[in-house]
Design a protein around this ligand. Structure first.
Ligand SMILES: Nc1ncnc2c1ncn2[C@@H]1O[C@H](COP(=O)(O)OP(=O)(O)O)[C@@H](O)[C@H]1O
Ligand SMILES: [Mg+2]
Length: 458
């Protein structure tokens, strides 16, 4: 593991525990520790008081100890993290043997930095394994190549198996790899549950239909008579009685087009009370919601005292991005890194543009030199689906952002004078929930691909 990977894993562990990412000081402590530096040197480098640095360090070791399930300190952090890597690799070997021909790319076919993984102690973290596991994964897509995502798998596994989070929102722009990550996760942890079901929410799933489907699944597995002869219990009763993992993919279909993000369609309002029950009532089950739009009540909770967690997925790292390009036939391009950055490590975007480059034989180097952003038609279609869901207000804000060359702050956007401050705030909040805009400190920006897409519409 290189330093960046160590920092990424530590960041995920701290985030899982505290809901906060590593701050600069914590990061400096980890960097220094990995480089064998003493506190005095670390404090000197960042111009900080040594005793304060020690204090922050000791709290950090405490958090990492709890996450790793062993005592971690400045002296043994390096070896603890090396053991974690060994444990990841050995888990993969076991996992690979166990599942035979199931195709997980990464562990044998690819370089170590693109390996997928399974966190340590995961299988022992919940020693009471269910006797039988009933699974309906007929709607779960098959997993193709799978690269990277070690920290994200670790975070989700910790939330679900160790912290018993009841409601997890997996969000991120279309094509970023939410469904793929969830499939990999389910494959890894499904045996820990009595009931596992994957449902894709499409237009036909009102709450009534969805509950009916779930109850049928529970009832059949319980070998009851035909469910229609049974008094139908509320879904929550099953979730309380059994340990269940329920994955709902494409939950954006529950929400209205043309409104700010997360407003239920009239026919789907009842989902709100199901999600509330799942959050509020005591049970050991987990609902995972996947989609580029999430219920408003879910995205608001990032506080670690609630049983709700949100993971916003970002792009793949450079090594994984290169694997994607290689799979699409772009073997040896010099500036693959620039291409991956430009397409934000989004695997779907990368596949789409790599296929176009491959088919047309355009030199990727030439394209990168003049900052061209190619938008193949299939990519435009995907973006259009998401764009069409935004409200008029959000469309106005996107147009403003597309004209800016640099990230801008709220005041600058307000200066355009087209939108009131409260409307502007609501639109910015909604767009960041949809992962359409990025916020760094107090500055807002659009990614180059989205900017290009908005411009082509104008
Ligand atoms: N970790 C990954 N490794 C390799 N390919 C990936 C990975 N994540 C996603 N992909 C590929 O990218 C595309 C989009 O992924 P998907 O999971 O459907 O995205 P989302 O659900 O966020 O829209 C799919 O073709 C998928 O195979
Ligand atoms: Mg998906």
């Amino acid at each position: 593991m290189n330093l960046n990977e160590v920092l990424q894993i530590a960041d995920e562990m701290v985030f899982a525990k505290t809901g906060q990412h590593l701050d600069n000081l914590q990061e400096a402590i980890l960097r220094g520790t990995m480089q064998g530096e003493k506190y005095t040197k670390i404090a000197e480098e960042i111009h900080c008081n040594e005793s304060y640095v020690r204090d922050v360090g000791s709290k950090l070791w405490q958090i990492l100890s709890e996450e790793l399930g062993e005592d971690v300190s400045k002296t043994n952090f390096r070896s603890a993290i090396e053991r974690l890597q060994v444990s990841i690799v050995s888990h993969l070997e076991q996992h690979h043997n166990k599942i035979g021909s199931f195709n997980i790319c990464g562990e044998t076919l690819h370089s170590p930095d693109t390996q997928n993984s399974h966190p340590p102690n995961q299988e022992t973290s919940n020693p009471k394994q269910p006797q039988t596991s009933h699974q309906d994964l007929s709607e779960m897509p098959e997993l193709g190549d799978f690269f990277d995502r070690t920290p994200q798998l670790q975070t989700l596994t910790t939330w679900i198996l160790q912290q018993n989070s009841r409601l997890i929102a997996l969000t991120g722009i279309s094509g970023i790899g939410k469904t793929t990550l969830a499939v990999q996760l389910v494959q890894q942890i499904k045996e820990e549950f009595e009931y596992v079901i994957w449902c894709s929410i499409d237009a036909s799933h009102t709450l009534d239909e969805f509950e009916h489907k779930l109850i049928q699944f529970f009832s059949q597995s319980e070998k009851l008579d035909s469910p229609t002869n049974q008094k139908r219990l509320p879904v929550i009763k099953y979730l309380q009685k059994h340990r269940c993992l329920i994955v709902l993919d494409d939950v954006h279909n529950l929400f209205c087009s043309g409104e700010l993000a997360g407003k239920y369609k009239p026919d789907y309002e009842e989902y709100r009370s199901l999600f509330k029950q799942i959050e509020k009532l005591s049970h050991k089950s987990c609902f995972m919601l996947i989609g580029w739009e999430q219920p408003r009540e879910v995205t608001q909770f990032k506080n670690q005292n609630t049983p709700i967690r949100t993971l916003q997925l970002v792009g793949l790292d450079i090594a994984a991005g290169r694997e994607i390009l290689r799979d699409c036939g772009l073997e040896e391009i010099d500036n693959s890194e620039a291409l991956i950055h430009r397409y934000e490590g989004n695997p779907l975007w990368l596949k789409s543009v790599a296929t176009l480059i491959q088919e047309l034989g355009i030199g990727a180097t030439e394209l990168l030199l003049d900052d061209t952003i190619l938008l193949p038609e299939d990519l435009k279609d995907v973006l259009q689906q998401q764009f069409d869901r935004t409200s008029e207000l959000e469309k106005q804000v996107l147009s403003l952002l597309a004209t800016e060359n640099q990230p801008v702050n709220f005041a600058k956007l307000l200066q355009h004078g087209q939108i009131s401050s409260s409307d502007l705030l609501n639109a910015l909040q909604s767009l960041s929930r949809r992962c359409w805009i990025e916020k760094q400190a107090s500055l807002y920006t659009l990614s180059p691909v989205l900017k290009q897409y908005i411009k082509t519409r104008q």
